[in-house]
Design a protein. Structure first.
Length: 255
């Protein structure tokens, strides 16, 4: 009976918030939902990667590498999530910020630390009150249904990375308005924001200074991690000297 009521309640919530660009994901629908390029196979998080092939591009799913600097970053982000408040993950485009957030949130959902993830789009006057209504309800009459919620704001569309030529400038004005809306909410509900460095660097001065105190910039230029990524993504056995040379060249890039 209770399970049926939970299902009905979340179904209503998802439908209502979805109209305003707020999408709610439980563990069972996080895969392929919060991040469309993520899936789970035999208990392992997989991510869809894109590589060039002839005149086009082809994608395949590979396992998320959880070693070295990436695992350290995941543990740090998980610690911040448990502590609550605002966390802004900042770094160059394409280094794995969204994959990092997906891994940490999936682990939190899978471990029962979090009941649902609410992914928000850009906030406007019509949508502001809807999220607040949910959060107020979850702190009051509907606390038994909600459990612990986490808000995720990752404005870089996954479409940008499906085909590299789709990469576009993120709307800075929209990001600023959404951040100003989310920062007071983070005082009571954990908020994870994922921002490319080029966007974070051009925010208004007051907002940039404010989020500096909540920013986390993972350093993923780690030989152990990058070596495992190359082996996982390529599926090949590579001579250690050649592998070391590839890693050294990759570390030179900013993105």
């Amino acid at each position: 009976m209770r399970e049926g009521l939970d299902e009905l309640w979340w179904c209503i919530v998802k439908g209502d918030l979805g109209k305003y660009g707020f999408n709610v994901y439980l563990l069972r629908d996080f895969e392929g939902g919060a991040y469309p390029n993520v899936m789970v196979v035999n208990g392992r998080l997989m991510v869809r990667t894109i590589f060039s092939e002839g005149v086009g591009y082809r994608g395949m799913y590979v396992g998320v590498v959880t070693t070295g600097a990436f695992e350290s970053a995941a543990l740090e982000l998980a610690k911040r999530l448990r502590g609550g408040g605002l966390t802004v993950v900042v770094g160059p485009r394409g280094i794995g910020k969204s994959t990092l957030a997906a891994l940490v949130l999936w682990r939190a959902l899978n471990g029962g630390e979090v009941n649902a993830v609410v992914r928000v789009g850009e906030v406007n006057a019509n949508s502001e009150g809807q999220l607040e209504n949910l959060l107020n309800g979850c702190r009051g009459d509907y606390a038994a249904f909600c459990g612990r919620l986490v808000i995720l704001y990752d404005p870089s569309s996954i479409e940008e990375y499906k085909v590299p030529t789709n990469i576009r400038a993120t709307s800075v004005r929209g990001v600023e308005e959404t951040l100003r809306y989310l920062t007071p909410i983070a005082k009571q509900t954990p908020v994870i924001v994922v921002l490319p460095s080029d966007v974070a660097n051009v925010l208004s001065e007051d907002l940039r200074k404010y989020i500096e105190g909540y920013s986390y910039t993972p350093n993923l230029k780690d030989e152990e991690f990058l070596s495992e990524v190359i082996k996982e993504y390529s599926g090949c056995t590579i001579n250690e000297d050649k592998l070391r040379g590839i890693v050294e060249n990759i570390i030179k890039f900013d993105e």
